[in-house]
Design a protein around this ligand. Sequence first.
Ligand SMILES: Nc1nc(C(F)(F)F)ncc1COP(=O)(O)OP(=O)(O)O
Ligand SMILES: [Mg+2]
Length: 217
Amino acid sequence: MKFTDKPLIYFIMGSENTGNRHPLTVLEEALSGGISYFQLREKGDFALTGHELEKFAGECQRLCGVYGVPFIVNDNVELACKIGADGVHIGQEDEDASAVRRKMGNEKILGISVHSVKEAALAVSAGADYVGMGPVFSTSSKRDAKSPAGVAGILSVKDAYPQLPVIAIGGITPDNAKLVWSAGVEGVAVISAIAGAEDAALQVERLQNSFRRSDRQ
Ligand SMILES: Nc1nc(C(F)(F)F)ncc1COP(=O)(O)OP(=O)(O)O
Ligand SMILES: [Mg+2]
């Protein structure tokens, strides 16, 4: 996973996140706007399954390939392995991280959700390429989300593991992204602020501009 001093914009989306807009249209807009990574996170009462999910995942993967953006699958390690995704993201309630690392091999990207320095330590030992931390602000995208933790948890993990890439997630928008950026994260993950936008490319640009406006303390 390549990290630079430019903040990563990590777009996360499932087929249910784009309202009445076609998810592939939104994804292509976001890719053309310059997202750094894409994660397919298929959740909700009408989440795609089986062949339909595999077909949709393949279409998202193809689009990411056109733009040279890594394609990550949330939770579903079996799907990620089957279609040769660039990586997976797993949470504390998902499969054991060390077992997933073994399944994926060392070349693939492994992201792990953490909420504490202790969980970050376990993620490092399992070989995580990055950790996702949040929710920073309140979020409508994750039904079982923990209560918003602000950037305090991020600061404590950054303090303990300065070299461990941290992606902040949860309610991040162009208006609050600079507060998160100033906490020293490598990037921000965004679901509804991009998936729900009329113009996803423009929203990605707004997020990029919000970082430019902020001097990183
Ligand atoms: N999907 C995620 N992506 C990130 C990333 F770092 F990539 F931004 N961080 C955190 C999560 C949350 O992952 P998880 O804890 O498994 O919950 P869910 O399966 O509901 O997403
Ligand atoms: Mg999960």
